[in-house]
Design a protein around this ligand. Structure first.
Ligand SMILES: [Zn+2]
Length: 349
């Protein structure tokens, strides 16, 4: 070891003497060229800054959160409700966020209500074990009547969003809106969606509008998180001022190291969806990014900030360019992941 260091020192000394270049030049490290994975991750980090740290962490840094699991087993919290997570881990107070837009979620997951002169449009419903308290109880606490839920829009058929859909459809006769692939998924897996499955109703398509009273919600087909994930753009009012919202329906990346071909394709679908929704957000001038998980839009903490707003800016509102940065984070993290899957090659047998 010592002799190797001595040899290197001799070579360096020789170089310095024979070429006249300085020691500093010999040791100056050329900036390393970023490889494609690092470059995509760096773009995501630069886009996220502190605003989208949760999205960056989930998509670029943490392992996959959910795989392509098509098993049809009844969740434990349905077969044995005493096994549902403790209330303290998920309960959060509802909040009026804009003049006509309400947070009826909890600490981890979010559901939302848009109030119109003709009734309510509710987005997502969280789990079967807490939709009663968070969604129905939340509306009541805010002075809204769950009987007024005219439309229930489900972003995608995962149990943390569809959990209360069957109950709301049965009890309030609300129209349920979901895309065809996710209606199919629910019908295909009766045990997985036990107590959660609404009967097939309105089939959402890209560009469709749900209109109620003066409100109009545009539905955008954004598959990738599930085959039928949908996202939304609509307008809310902040102290009478119109504000445009983009609601991202499914954010976490879905891939399997053991299924590279499928994963690469699914991530390509996801990337196309991010671009599609980013374009709709740009066209509508969206300055508010809403999600159904607080880790992506910081909704739970932002609702706590509303009370101290005074005459300041709305805690959920940003510039349209900052909303675009969210889509740069999701797209670039998906691209980095796709490259990683490509490099792994076929799975070992
Ligand atoms: Zn999901």
């Amino acid at each position: 070891m010592t002799s190797r260091i001595a040899a290197v020192a001799l070579i360096v000394a020789g170089l310095v003497m024979s070429t006249g270049i300085s020691l500093a030049q010999v040791f100056s490290l050329k900036p390393k060229t970023l490889d494609e994975v690092e470059a995509a991750q760096q773009t995501a980090k630069d886009s996220a800054e502190f605003e989208y740290l949760g999205t960056l962490a989930r998509l670029c840094l943490l392992p996959p959160s959910r795989s392509e699991d098509l098993s049809d087993t009844t969740p434990l919290y349905v077969s044995d409700p005493s096994k549902a997570p403790a209330r303290a881990t998920w309960y959060g107070e509802p909040a009026k966020v804009f003049d006509n837009f309400y947070f009826i979620g909890g600490k981890v997951h979010s559901a939302w209500a848009l109030k119109t002169s003709e009734g309510l449009i509710v987005f997502d419903t969280i789990y079967p074990y807490n939709s009663e308290e968070l969604v129905i109880g939340g509306l009541q606490k805010l002075g809204l009547d769950p009987k007024d839920i005219k439309y229930l829009v489900i972003s995608h058929a995962h149990q943390d969003h569809i959990g209360g859909a069957e109950m709301i459809q049965t009890r309030y006769r609300s129209r349920v809106v979901m895309s065809a692939p996710d209606w199919d998924l629910v019908e295909k897996l009766p045990n997985r969606f036990k107590t959660m499955a609404p009967k097939r109703d309105i089939v959402a398509t890209d560009g469709m509008k749900i209109t109620l009273g003066e409100a109009s919600v545009s539905l955008w087909f954004t598959p990738g998180h599930t085959d039928g994930t949908q996202s939304f753009t609509f307008q809310v009012l902040d102290r009478g001022r119109p504000v445009n919202v983009v609601y991202s329906g499914g954010t976490a990346l879905v891939y399997e190291w053991a299924l590279p071909e499928w994963s690469i394709k699914n991530l390509a679908t996801y990337i196309a969806s991010q671009r599609h929704l980013a374009a709709k957000a740009r066209e509508t001038g969206a300055t508010v990014l809403i999600s159904n998980h607080s880790e992506f839009d910081n909704a739970y903490n932002k609702t706590r900030m509303l009370a101290g707003r005074g005459d300041g800016p709305h805690p959920f509102e940003n510039t349209a360019d900052w909303v675009q940065r969210y889509f740069s984070v999701t797209e670039n993290c998906a691209r980095a992941t796709q490259l990683k899957v490509e490099r792994m090659g076929p799975p070992l047998r």
